[in-house]
Design a protein around this ligand. Structure first.
Ligand code: 5GP
Length: 180
């Protein structure tokens, strides 16, 4: 029998808004000549990406990458699969990977390698959330919003079995995280 799930607020929408603004300023400052191509890793990063680009004062080009490693539970299988690649030309471009959360780091590592193999001249990593306690892959995070504890978080685009993405704040989900 599955336990009742509870949501405990971790990061408020106000804190998120302030941090996203700060990250946009930092990115713009680091690319004074030309903005990088933003490659968002679907699906979880879609809300963060939408807010991030709306805090920028210059046009940015976007593309999307869909990778999967999680089933419907909360544990990564560690086996990353490319579900959808980018369509923009990558060779010779500065690319910024936009992630919702870097946990074990395997997804980010895959995205980094994929874009490098496509000939990007630089690949940097931007993530709203960082869960460094579970890191396995070698990942250098260049822009980070919040460090989160080793808990399963949902909201602001992040789901559990496709639920909770709509929540404007970020919550820790507890109880019965082993199935939908
Ligand atoms: P990694 O390969 O770094 O372990 O996993 C990265 C991906 O796993 C993220 O893009 C996200 O989709 C998912 N993920 C990792 N931790 C969490 C979490 O606490 N909550 C949710 N909703 N997804 C997570």
């Amino acid at each position: 029998m599955s336990q009742a799930k509870t949501l405990e607020m971790l990061i408020s929408r106000e804190q998120i808004a302030e941090t996203v603004k700060r990250m946009a300023r930092q990115i713009e400052g680091d690319y004074p000549a030309e903005m990088p191509l933003l490659v968002a890793v679907l699906k979880g990063s879609f809300v963060f990406l939408a807010d991030l680009v709306r805090q920028m004062h210059r046009s940015v080009e976007l593309d999307f990458l869909r990778l999967s490693s999680y089933g419907s539970g909360t544990e990564s299988s560690g086996n990353i699969k490319l579900r959808m690649g980018v369509t923009s030309p990558i060779r010779g471009r500065d690319v910024l990977v936009v992630e919702d959360i870097v946990d074990m780091g395997l997804t980010t590592q895959y995205a980094y390698g994929y874009l490098r193999r496509k000939g990007a001249s630089s690949v940097k990593i931007c993530t709203l959330l960082d869960k460094p306690s579970r890191r396995q892959g070698r990942v250098k995070v260049d822009y980070m919003g919040f460090t989160v504890p080793n808990e399963f978080v949902v909201g602001y685009g992040l789901d559990f079995a496709e639920r909770y993405r709509h929540l404007p704040d970020i919550y820790i989900l507890t109880g019965g995280c082993d199935g939908p």
